[in-house]
Design a protein around this ligand. Structure first.
Ligand code: GAF
Length: 365
């Protein structure tokens, strides 16, 4: 029997830059998913502490996989893809148990996929290296689940470090841990889960990705990462579509903000990153257009309560907002969000503080 844990994440800054080969700066959370893999007599059985019934499927590759409940695809995906790659995956029983809120934009799916892939690799003694593990987790989400996501969530779930954000170059997949010394500066990251339903999130996410790819094609670059900041206005001038211009402006300026925040953190200037966080939110709201009234309301409330900066985190269309606040202002920040939600007639948000924790780890012994 082999057990691994993998966490959910918060992205400090760098939204929708990952599938443009750009830069992101996420950190791993304390909440996550534990996956346990054990030998079985026949077939593959998947159990979840959060689901009433186990699911039993015949062993197969992805192309002849049975029709199964959506949540099990995140677990079985690894087994299907390994089978397709020539691994004779034996009968197994896989049990998962997650405390990452689902639908909140905290990467419950990456926690699930990464814990399972690490546990399966370990249990079967496949000896996958870090890059192969990352590639498999991303392929599970893209190919087995069918979500056109960019890989940031899996990378941080696998490689997060306590007390640090992870600067990820999403072209090379090189990563570097950068200190996030919240306590040393008397600061907290307050998270407001708006509970806003992810309206059209799947279709809208894919549409943004296709739009960015189309813009890169028109501009003749491999990806929008290759439109450097100094080239931005000439690039915008070469695009006829106002919508594509807005996408390009968001991605190029967001990459710049990630690198600027990284420089400030490297210099020990955490309190100075607030403006970039808030500018990132404005860019997501006005240019990339992935926010909803609940997240804009939460950001405004946090800023009015003294946050140094605030922004939506994750793919958008709902989910969570983060505010960087002096520790002493955290309660006031939470109250401000609750009051603003009540005034606007929104449902009750959930509020908690987040710190940077370690990435995936074995639960052996
Ligand atoms: C989601 C995706 F899964 C990530 O790959 C990333 O694109 C993010 O949205 C937006 O930055 O979490």
């Amino acid at each position: 029997m082999t057990s691994w844990f993998a966490p959910g994440r918060i992205n400090l800054i760098g939204e929708h830059t990952d599938y443009n080969d750009g830069f992101v700066l996420p950190f791993a959370l304390g909440v996550g998913c534990a996956a346990t893999v054990a030998d079985a007599d026949s077939e593959w059985t998947v159990r979840s502490a959060q689901e009433p019934e186990p699911v039993v499927v015949r062993r197969s590759g992805l192309s002849d996989a049975e029709d199964v409940p959506e949540w099990t695809r995140y677990v079985l995906g690894a087994l299907w893809l390994l089978t397709d790659r020539g691994v004779d995956v034996p009968p197994l029983e896989i049990t998962v148990d997650s405390d990452v809120p689902t639908g909140a934009g905290l990467s419950s799916s990456a926690a699930l996929v990464c814990s399972v892939v690490r546990a399966v690799d370990d249990h079967l003694g496949l000896g996958l290296d870090d890059d192969e593990v990352f590639a498999l987790t991303r392929d599970v989400e893209n190919d087995a689940v069918g979500a056109p996501t960019g890989g940031m969530d899996q990378l941080i779930s696998l490689r997060g470090e306590a007390g640090h954000v992870l600067l990820c170059d999403m072209r090379s997949h090189d990563t570097r841990a950068v200190p996030l010394d919240l306590a040393g500066h008397g600061l907290s990251v307050l998270v407001a889960d708006t509970k806003a339903p992810h309206r059209h999130s799947d279709g809208e996410y894919g549409a943004r990705r296709r739009g960015c790819e189309e813009a890169a094609r028109v501009l003749g670059v491999p990806a929008l990462r290759d439109v450097g900041g100094p080239d931005l206005s000439s690039a915008l001038g070469r695009l006829d579509s106002e919508e594509l211009r807005r996408y390009v402006r968001h991605v190029v300026t967001e990459d710049e903000r990630v690198l600027a925040v990284t420089r400030l953190l490297d210099e020990g200037r955490l309190p100075d990153i607030g403006q970039a966080l808030t500018a990132s939110h404005a860019s997501m709201r006005d240019d990339f257009r992935i926010t909803v009234p609940e997240v804009d309301t939460a950001v405004d409330a946090l800023l009015s309560a003294g946050a140094l900066g605030a922004r939506m985190t994750g793919g958008g269309f709902g989910g969570c907002v983060i505010g960087l606040l002096p520790e002493d202002d955290v309660d006031a920040g939470g109250d401000a969000v609750r009051r603003a939600f009540a005034d606007a007639g929104f449902g009750e948000p959930s509020l908690f503080t987040a710190t940077a924790e370690a990435g995936a780890r074995s639960l052996a012994g």
